[in-house]
Design a protein around this ligand. Sequence first.
Ligand code: UDX
Length: 469
Amino acid sequence: MAETQLSKLHIAMFPWFAAGHMTPFLHISNELAARGHKITFLMPSKALPLLQNLNLHPNLISFHFLTVPHVSGLPPATETASDIPISLTPLLASAFDMTRPQVAEILCSACPDVVFYDFAYWVPEIAAPLRIKSVSFTVVSAASIAVIAYPGRRVTVDDPITEEELRKPPPGYPSSTVVLRGCREVRSLLFLSMPFGEGGITFHERLMTSYRNSNAIAIRTCEEIEGNFCSYLAKQFQKKLLLTGPLMAAPNKTTTTPTTSCLDEKWEKWLDQFEPKTVIFCAFGSQLTLEKDQLQELVLGIEQTRLPFLVALKPPTGSNSIEEALPEGFEERVRERGAVYGGWVQQPLILNHPSVGCFVSHCGFGSMWESLMSEPQIVLIPSLGDQILNARLLAQELQVGVEVKREEDGKFTSQSVREAIESVMLVEAAGVGEMVKKNHQKWNHVLTNPGFMDAYIHHFVNDLQNGWT
Ligand SMILES: O=c1ccn([C@@H]2O[C@H](COP(=O)(O)OP(=O)(O)O[C@H]3OC[C@@H](O)[C@H](O)[C@H]3O)[C@@H](O)[C@H]2O)c(=O)[nH]1
């Protein structure tokens, strides 16, 4: 689609210091730079190895490194969420807030037209006097913001959000299936009342202020899948909503943006030895650490399917390596057909390998799009609040995947893992596997249709250029 002939923009990006945030900020940067817009990307230097290879337009996207101040209680040299256990993230949020003077200085000297931010709710206070527009860019689903969208409710440490409040979505919330169920799931949102950063601001207040004070809210989503949640949010916050579309493209399929690299030879060769669409791939994103017993149930459930598999997860709590946490005799039993790896793999490329037939996912928002835009059958084991809602969106509303059942105590078992995988991998029968496969193919076709992403980005850029009245 031809771009409107308007002046090129200069946009500053300031994401929260976590891979799940910086990566989609870089994806939108790539799409904007592909259309000639200039990007100043603010980040800690430790994030460079993660982001460098994803920067497809180094001539237009320049990285500016921030010094992350030391905060007592954080291990020395902490710069990103990957450096620490999840329990220490409120302290990282303090360090993040303490970069404010550096951010102000860069915005003042670079003078971009627009600044994108997420957790840095104070950005509009810096940007407005400089006549820079502030866009609050959400890297989680519209549904997961809609379910907590009480713009007028000031959640403080002294007036925390209650289980009672969270049990029912806000009035007018547009879905009865994309909801949290039972105490355990509701409690997974109680962290919203937790102090998160300088001055004891709660996580909820940080988010609400970020949306309230922005000039516009941008979301990495599309009308076709989350239109009802987007309309609801626009009404709740009385803001213009700018949608980027899914952003993360399946390699070589959907956008004008070139892809970065090839799959590591080691995994390419390993996957090549199996029949098409037989391998189970399992990964749980950048943050989630399982308990050891849950890791064991997971891998045992996968083993019981007798299918080949590649599991790439962080070592569980209390273990130095994933290998030491595996069940007794596991490695010997599965040597021929299974690999368990405790590090980072190239998920989008693995999902597009012809041998991969099933993706067992935690349903983080990035993984949600990647699962929809690739072919493997989808099995979901969500843990955190937004992942649970994303999983409901896929399993109940779109019916493109199956969620693993949990027991009363919130745990899943090897049996529930095996049953969920088998239900989608046995597609011959006119059962669940067949149904989710058909629905998935339909959505995959829509989302990877040439021009779909381009149209979204085209409108998005138009809105950034003209949409401020
Ligand atoms: O080994 C891996 C694991 C993950 N990845 C990539 O890392 C990204 C992970 O992002 P996700 O959004 O799926 O998950 P994360 O858990 O990292 O995200 C975080 O922010 C988004 C929220 O929805 C999640 O709840 C939150 O945990 C994906 O793009 C995935 O392809 C790899 O490339 N290799």
